[in-house]
Design a binder for this molecule. Structure first.
Ligand SMILES: C[S@@+](CC[C@H](N)C(=O)[O-])C[C@H]1O[C@@H](n2cnc3c(N)ncnc32)[C@H](O)[C@@H]1O
Length: 317
């Protein structure tokens, strides 16, 4: 985080309460002043950025094997532009030319434009005019699902249909997971499901027996965060657990990536492995559905250690 940032705890607390309450005015934006945007950008958005880091690492191999070169991306509901920034870091050297920003708050679009342009002065950055979409664009959605009216959802679906790729990151709650699964179901016939799923079939979590499980993963903040006085204070004052960044996400592509071995032959571990005396339990997802796998400490200790090391992208044979 930037050194000159001075946290306004009262403002941050009220933002946190707003997000927790999920009460959003259909007419008035909570981005009421530049200060609100600045405070959000250096705190909550920073944490969202750590989730994006984990998501982009998750399918890095698939990306590097493919010839995908997104020329333009549209960050829809951009807030302070953190998602576009993270994708720009990833795609800038691969030929990304343009970032297009949309939010119902014009102040938030202006703020995002400034932030992105500061970091990438050579990139073309502009506000979306709600009409024309760039050719072969990547649609980016981050932490917007619980704020959308049904009209906004409809509009977003229209844009999804026009996009070449969709990168979508949300909090890892049962509710967000359910909505992303619904979206996946409605789109999987004309998109390839790139991540997090190990298959293209219907989601195994839709089975009635799985009603208490949901699709989520735990991203880790950078190590230095745990030694940083500001983040310690942030965690204490706002009651936010720094270690835990539960994340649900979905990456879709219209480009046939299948020839680059998209379908992962393994089972993906959902959530977090649970450890008991002598064994661990992992809930896994594969094309055969959702199942619980028991790993005995005495013959799987290496696998258990590996899963613990990278719990966001944990796979089992
Ligand atoms: C929690 S913020 C997330 C911002 C940013 N995407 C991020 O990940 O930090 C949700 C954003 O969605 C925007 N938003 C809500 N409803 C919208 C709509 N109907 N059309 C466009 N943007 C919308 C809000 O103004 C806000 O900037």
């Amino acid at each position: 985080m930037e050194t000159q940032f001075k946290p306004n705890w009262t403002l941050l607390e009220s933002l946190r309460n707003r997000f927790l309450s999920e009460e959003f005015s259909p007419t008035t934006s909570y981005w009421s002043t530049e200060e609100v945007l600045e405070q959000y950008h250096s705190t909550f958005a920073e944490r969202i950025g750590w989730k994006w880091d984990a998501v982009l690492r998750d399918f890095e191999t698939k990306l590097s094997q493919s010839s995908i070169v997104p020329k333009a991306l549209l960050d829809w509901g951009c807030g302070t532009g953190i998602a576009a920034l993270k994708l720009a870091e990833k795609f800038y050297r691969r030929g990304l030319e343009e970032i297009v920003l949309w939010d119902r708050s014009p102040a938030s679009i202006r703020f995002s434009m400034k932030v992105i342009q500061n970091q990438f002065p050579l990139l073309k950055v502009r506000a979306w005019d709600c009409q024309e979409v760039p050719k072969d664009f990547v649609l980016v959605c981050s932490h917007i699902l619980n704020e959308l009216s049904s009209e906004a959802e409809k509009e977003l679906k229209r844009i999804i249909d026009l996009s070449q790729w969709v990168f979508w990151v949300e909090p890892g709650t049962p509710e967000h997971s359910r909505k992303l699964i619904e979206l996946r179901e409605s789109l999987r016939s004309h998109f390839t499901v790139v991540a997090p799923c190990p298959h293209q079939l219907s989601c195994g979590l839709l089975d009635h027996s799985q009603k208490n499980n949901w699709c989520h993963f735990f991203a880790s903040p950078p190590n230095q965060v745990f030694r940083d006085g500001f983040w310690k204070q942030f965690s204490q004052k706002l009651g936010i657990d720094l270690r835990s960044l539960p994340t649900s996400f979905l990456v879709l592509s219209k480009t046939a990536l299948l020839d680059t071995k998209l379908s992962h032959p393994q089972k993906r571990v959902l959530g977090r492995m649970r450890n008991y005396k002598g064994y661990s339990l992992a809930l896994t997802c594969s094309e055969n559905g959702i199942s619980q796998q028991k790993l005995l400490q005495r013959n799987s200790s290496q696998v258990i250690d590996l899963l613990r090391e990278n719990e966001f992208s944990a796979w089992l044979p």
